[in-house]
Write a protein that binds this ligand. Structure first.
Ligand code: ADP
Ligand code: MG
Length: 372
């Protein structure tokens, strides 16, 4: 809840320091708009100050905004719409998002396994009616955990698995799961701590996975759920097929139990960080490309990825360094294009990146392969 003493001060006296703040939040939150929004709140009590804390504390971030509930996106649309447009390639407030989970449209190229170590697709889903991680209270978080783990308990066959509440896992087991890229990190990064997403950790958090550990669900991290399919090698169509199948089964069960995922026609699936709106999909490969990465100390790789609408991360995910030339390369866009389009773009883009690495291995130029 907002600090009620705020009302004793003029909004201008409360305006954050925006000089040197590079976030889209700072760019779009003028003094005038802050004046208008400061004393507003959603029905759960989430305010504009709660929403922007992530960006006020981290002037170097890209977005600097987190939603505390589904209503944040409508209540504070005057700030969120332009930020969403800045982040998502000009996606306008009048546009509608498209969902397409049709497996038959996914390209069936298996990516060259001399370069691609593993393939993964994740999305986030949140349950309607509960606050999001920056604003969720303990009882809500525990209820979400119960609903989701019970839905997952209904999966059978290859998807049959088990839920492990984080407090029940030893430190050593947690570390092993993190090192093997299955489990999320402890929420100690600035992204989690400023804005409230690390509160009460590890209460209400956990991981569910099937026996083969190729279908996994994180509970209570940045979103209520992160639904993941992953395996060694470069067969993205296989990864997508399992992911779409598991996702549908979980959704069906959630619906049967009177609940539903947060979604609307304009923004698609509603996630905590506006960067994930739309499909919520991050389709990634771990790809070994030491030669391409060595050009201008990663600058060329970053430039190529951007042109291909891809993003590169380090070996252990966001804000980590690449080890042994292994990068996590994934789709950059999530809103305004469908799941199928985003995954196919990764397949095509990574094929091209591998082609470049092969040329460099032979000492040849890659100039003609670089997209304009
Ligand atoms: P996200 O939040 O999008 O799921 P993170 O960057 O936080 O992604 O990474 C989460 C974990 O998933 C990390 O351990 C990361 O190394 C792992 N990961 C991401 N892509 C792959 C992949 N293709 N193969 C294996 N592990 C992966
Ligand atoms: Mg993450």
């Amino acid at each position: 809840m907002a600090n009620l003493n705020k009302k004793n001060y003029d909004t201008d006296e409360d305006y954050p320091i925006m000089e040197g703040n590079r976030t889209f939040m700072a760019k779009n939150l003028t003094k005038e708009l802050y004046r208008k929004l400061r004393d507003e709140h959603t029905s759960s009590g989430f305010t504009i100050d709660n929403c922007i804390q992530n960006g006020v504390d981290n002037p170097d971030f890209t977005l600097g905004i987190l939603a505390g509930d589904e209503e944040t996106y409508t209540k504070f649309a005057e700030l969120l719409d332009p930020c969403i447009s800045d982040y998502h390639n000009g996606f306008s407030k009048d546009q509608n998002h498209v969902t397409d989970l049709d497996v038959s449209k996914i390209k069936d190229d298996v990516l060259d396994e001399n370069f691609v170590i593993s393939s993964r697709i994740r999305t986030g889903r949140n349950l309607r009616g509960f606050c999001l991680s920056p604003w969720i209270c303990r009882s809500e978080r525990r209820k979400v955990e119960k609903l989701v783990s019970s839905a997952l308990g209904s999966l059978t066959g290859d998807l049959k698995g088990k839920y492990y509440a984080l407090p029940s896992l030893s430190e050593a087991d947690q570390k092993q799961l993190i090192d093997d890229h299955f489990l999320f990190e402890k929420p100690i990064s600035r992204h989690f701590t400023s804005g409230g997403m690390a509160r009460d950790f590890p209460d209400g958090r956990g991981i569910w996975h099937n026996e083969q550990k190729n279908f996994l669900v994180w509970v209570g991290e940045e979103d209520h759920t992160r639904i993941i399919s992953m395996e060694k090698g470069g067969d993205m169509k296989k990864v997508f097929t399992r992911w779409a199948d598991g996702l549908k089964k979980v959704e069906d069960y959630i619906k049967q139990n009177g609940s539903e995922f947060m979604w609307n026609e304009h923004l698609g699936f509603i996630l905590t960080c506006p960067s994930n709106l739309g499909t919520g999909v991050r389709c990634s490969v771990h790809v070994k490309i030491p030669l391409l990465a060595a050009i201008d100390k990663e600058a060329k790789l970053k430039e190529i990825c951007k042109k291909l609408r891809l993003q590169e991360r380090g070996t252990s995910g966001e804000l980590t360094e690449a080890v042994g030339g292994v990068y996590d390369v994934s789709n950059l866009d999530r809103l305004g294009s469908s799941e199928v389009e985003q995954v196919n773009r990764v397949i095509d883009g990574v094929k091209l990146i591998i082609e470049m690495e092969k040329r460099l291995q032979k000492g040849e130029s890659i100039d003609d392969l670089i997209p304009q």
